[in-house]
Design a protein around this ligand. Sequence first.
Ligand SMILES: Nc1ncnc2c1ncn2[C@@H]1O[C@H](COP(=O)(O)OP(=O)(O)OP(=O)(O)O)[C@@H](O)[C@H]1O
Ligand SMILES: [Mg+2]
Length: 159
Amino acid sequence: MKNLKLISNSPIETTKIAQALAKFLNIGDTVVLTGELGAGKTKFTEGFLTYYNLQDEISSPTFTIVNEYKSPLSTIYHFDVYRLADLDEFYAIGGDEYFDKGICLIEWGEQIEDALPLELIKISFEKNSEDDNSRILNFEAIGNKYEKILDSLSFELKN
Ligand SMILES: Nc1ncnc2c1ncn2[C@@H]1O[C@H](COP(=O)(O)OP(=O)(O)OP(=O)(O)O)[C@@H](O)[C@H]1O
Ligand SMILES: [Mg+2]
């Protein structure tokens, strides 16, 4: 499956979707989170971390480009590249060296597209002007491995 569209009607539903995805990801996997301010990218990351019991540790990476979360299962790197001036700045902080070391979730990752791994999952978050608690999450798998992961995710959420 290349695309999966999910509706979330609350932050809790977004958490559940993120936990379900976490189940299928491993060290070396990359997830790009895109969507306007307040769309739910950080909320999703927080949910993702609850799978590893790391939810109490989340800090907003507003002033740091990347935060590291360690669990016995995996290390999770949470990026917010919104404030990066350009790709050079990303390389200067050694940004691309994180991709192999853990699971990377990258808010505003489309801004550093040329530095990203060739294969990844992209999730775009859309707000709903009629309902503050509703979001559309559009998953896109780039690469065979991630297409299989979307199949698994879809199956998991339907059962
Ligand atoms: N269904 C939902 N899924 C996710 N968040 C939701 C949902 N409904 C309401 N919200 C609220 O929307 C807000 C999302 O904020 P969040 O910080 O995750 O956005 P963001 O996409 O990371 O923004 P930014 O680009 O500024 O980092 C939170 O306050 C959250 O409680
Ligand atoms: Mg955010």
